[in-house]
Design a protein. Sequence first.
Length: 433
Amino acid sequence: MASTVLTRTPSSNGSQRIMTFSAWLKKSFSSGGGTFFSTGSNGNNVFALYFTGQEKLQIEYYNGSTNYFLRTNRVFRDTSAWYHVVLVLDTTDATESNRMRIYVNGVEETSFDAAFYPTQNFDVQYLNSTSYQNNVGNYNGASFFNGILSHVHFIDGTIYTPSAFGEYDANGVWKIKTDVSVTYGTNGFFILKDGNSVTDQSGNGNNFTVAGGTLTNTEDSPSNVFATWNALVSYPTYPNSFTNGNTTITANANASFGSTSPATIGVSSGKYYFEFKVTSSTINNSSIGMCKADMNFNYASDAYPYNSSLGNNGIHYLGQGDIYVNGTSAGNQGAWTQNDIIGLAVDLDNGNIAFTKNGSAVYTSSNGSLISGEEYTPAFYGYDSLSGSANFGNGYFGTTAVASAGTNASGIGIFEYDVPTGYTALSTKGLNE
C-alpha cells in the first residue's frame, strides 16, 4: 500500500471517547515508518496509528497544543510475518493507563518509550466526526503504510480485547479469526476481508474509496504467509531496493559490484515452485536461483552466488544465459530479455532444480546438485539497476496480475505457468503439504 489512499468521511457523528481498531498487517522494510489509520485535517490536527521512523508503534492525538500518545520501546522490523495490532481508546476509564492501550499478537504492550494519557472523559475531536476524513493505509495522502493490510476493523463506541479477532492454535501461535462477532456502532467498519475489497462487511455500509494509488490483491494473508524478498538482508555497500510488498527488487546502479538478497522462507525438504519476471532492459550478470540459507549475505565475496570459491552454494541462472551449479558453469542456456518469466521448480527431496523460461524448460540439474538436508532459499543477485518481480504464489508480478493462471497441483498460490505435479508454493501452507 506504499502509495495507496483509502478514504471515507462519516455521514454522522459517533463516539469520540471509545473505540477499538484491529488490523492484520505485514510490513515491508521502511525506515520512514508508515500510518495505517488516521483522521484529522493536517499534521497539527490528527489522531493516528502508525510506525515511527524508528519502527516503534505509536497511537497519537495532537491538536496543535495538546498531545496524548503511547510509543512502544519495542521495535517492529520483521518483514516475513504478519502482526495483529489492536489499539484501544477509552477516555472514560478512571484508570489512566487504560485510556490508551496497544496489543500485538494477543499480548498487551506495557513498556513504552513515552506515554502521555488523555484526561478522563476527553473528547478526541477528530474521531468519528463528519468534519474529518478516515484514512486507511496513510495519513492525509502522505506517510503511507509500506506493506499489506488485511481484515481491518473499526469499532465505534465499544471496547474489545484481541480475543475478539484472534486466538491461539494448538501450538500456541496467535492466528486470525476470519469471522468475528462484534457490535460495530454507527461508524464502525470491516474492510479488506477478502483480498482488496473496500466494501464494508460490518453491515453498516460504511464503504471506503480507493482515492489514490493501486490497491493490489494478494494471496499472502495471515492464514497463509508467502515468501517475499528479505529486505533486511543485502550487502550494505551496494544494497538492492524493494517495492510492492518486497516482491519487486531493483539492483543498485553500480555496474561493477552487486548484492545478493535471499527470500524470507528457507526450505530443506519438499518440492516448490516460483517465478521471476524481468522488468528492466539492463540484464548483464544478474542471477536468480537457490543458495544456501547460511551464506553471509552481508559479506562482499558472497555477493557473487556463482563464485567457484564459495563451493556448494547453490544453483543460479544468470541473465547472460549461463547456469552455475555450486560455482561451476553448466553451460549457456539462453540469455534473458525484458519481460521474460523465469520459472524455478526446486526439488529438495532429491536435491535438484529445473529452470524454465516463458514456460519452456531450459535446464534441469541432476545427481543431487543441492545438498540433502541443507537449507536453501531463493536468491537474487543483481547490479547495474536490473529489476524484476517475483511471484511466490501471490498471482502478481508487482502490481500486474498474471496473464493466464496455470495449474497448481497443490491448489496453493497462483502462477503464470503450469506448476509441475507434486510441487507447491513457498508459503506456510505449502510447507505443510
